[in-house]
Design a protein around this ligand. Structure first.
Ligand code: GLU
Length: 470
């Protein structure tokens, strides 16, 4: 990385989701980068729940976030740490800042702030708080109104510039005149995001803050608060947004943005991580890699400055590659769950694993795999078109002889293949003619992997019964 953090030695990163919904794909990507960076450097990764927006935070969201982190395998070394359990600590820091004059009480009411904004707009001025309650030498403050609980504001430096060398975006600077005095604690004492995040990152000795670039405008305030507290600055890296297929910001309205939805749809966590990793970072031309490889490569370089585009087809492709490599017994357990949702029970896991091995090459998700394998656990209904096209009068006599042969063979791939071969010879048919008819009747569709292998995984009685429907 190009510039040094003021805390050099031991890398500590964090992810700090607000529990106001599921784990969003963008947050998952930030979590992945933070995790991989910490792991790469042998440091720690912390999970913090930023629940100070009491009205919108829910336990259900916390549970969903933890579940998605677990599913992705983004294991954290500390946490979850809840901000609402740290109120005493925030109060202590605020008391110190009030003492030192880097924060002050402000009694401006919301109505007064509205009026101020209107005036500023009417004059064509930039809107913002006018520091009326900010103490200054020789300044007389307004009279403290009765019954109004103050908010606490940060006394932002009046001049100079805030600058930092962003790990993703490069050097950024902004004049302090552009920034007003931020509210750091509400009237009920609950701190605001920009303050709590600083106290936490400081207390938790976070060295590298990765987050979405929607927070870029918050960073100058945060840096000023670090300075006011005499706290060492971490490094900041602001990741560009993820755009949907349509070029708009990825949002709920534009498809699945919850990590959990992808779990439900049968994506593999390692494929999600692989795909998310490539959304804003690259390692040469590598497209398919494991989390361990990513950890060994992820040193904070090659992060993209420009927005990434979500590409559902690419994700499906990445998932398909990982599915091919996945262990069959593991896939069997995942597919069993997908089958269960369709009210189908696969009791023989070894058999299910063999089915996964046979079909996984042609599937993108475990849900699709379950769609294929459902034929082993429930009756199929071939379409009238398929029946008419493939189960023709020319083939029907051959199907009958095949039934007789199959009733007798050793029930495994080789025996079944021999029965098919002998039937073809007897009836002078070509392989596709018979194989298509068998597939339509037994599997409910005309295309499958090699028919002998497919049949061998059925119970003999099921195959015979389905063929006899012809
Ligand atoms: N709670 C903030 C969010 O979810 C965290 C931002 C940060 O990482 O500082 O956007």
């Amino acid at each position: 990385m190009s510039n040094a953090s003021e805390i050099h030695t031991h890398v500590r990163t964090r992810i700090a989701p607000s529990p106001t919904g599921f784990l969003h794909l963008g947050t998952a990507r930030t979590a992945l980068y933070s995790w991989a960076y910490a792991r790469h450097h042998g440091g720690e990764f912390v999970l913090r729940i930023e629940d100070t927006d009491v009205a919108r935070s829910t336990q259900d969201s916390v549970d969903q976030i933890l579940q998605s982190m677990h599913w992705l395998g983004l294991n954290y070394d500390e946490g979850p740490i809840y901000q609402m359990q740290r109120l005493d600590r925030y109060a202590e820091v605020i008391a110190r800042m009030l003492d030192e004059g880097t924060a002050y009480r402000c009694y401006t009411t919301p109505q007064e702030l509205d009026a101020l904004r209107e005036q500023q707009k009417a004059k064509g001025e930039k809107t913002g708080y006018d520091s009326r309650w900010r103490p200054a030498p020789g300044k007389t403050l307004p009279r403290v109104p009765e019954g109004v609980k103050p908010v606490i504001r940060f006394a932002n430096p009046l001049d100079g510039e805030v600058r930092w060398d962003d790990l993703v975006k490069g050097p950024i600077s902004i004049g302090n005149r552009e920034i007003d005095d931020l509210i750091i604690a509400r009237a009920d004492g609950v701190p605001t995001y920009n303050f709590a995040v600083v106290v936490d990152d400081w207390d938790m000795a976070i060295t590298h803050v990765f987050r979405g670039d929607e927070h870029i405008n918050n960073t100058p305030w945060q840096i000023n608060i670090y300075r006011a507290l005499g706290a060492p600055l971490p490094l900041f890296g602001h990741l560009p947004v993820i755009l949907g297929d349509d070029g708009q910001k990825l949002s709920k309205r534009r498809g699945a943005v919850a990590v959990s939805a992808y779990e439900d749809e049968g994506y593999l966590p390692e494929a999600m991580l692989n795909y998310l990793a490539r959304l804003g970072w690259s390692h040469g031309d590598d497209e398919i890699f494991s989390s361990a490889q990513m950890v060994s490569w992820f040193d904070g370089s090659h992060l993209s400055k420009s927005p990434a585009q979500w590409d559902a087809a690419k994700l499906a492709w990445v998932n398909a590659q990982h599915l091919k490599q996945a262990d069959d017994a593991r896939l069997a357990a995942l597919v069993a769950r997908q089958l269960q949702r369709r009210n189908l029970v696969a009791s023989d896991e070894g058999q299910l694993a063999a089915m996964c091995a046979l079909f996984k090459d042609r599937c993108t998700t475990t849900a699709e795999l379950a769609d294929w394998l459902a034929m082993y656990f429930a009756p199929v209904t071939p379409t009238a078109e398929d029946l008419a096209q493939h189960v023709t009068d020319a083939v029907k006599p051959a199907l009958q002889s095949l039934v007789l042969r199959l009733a007798d063979v050793v029930w495994e791939k080789a025996g079944i293949a021999q029965a098919i071969k002998d039937t073809l010879a007897e009836h002078k048919l070509k392989m596709p003619q018979l194989a298509h008819a068998v597939r339509v009747l037994v599997c409910g569709r005309a295309q499958t992997p090699s028919v002998d292998a497919v049949l061998a995984l059925f119970a003999r009685e099921d195959v015979l019964a389905r063929l006899q429907r012809a």
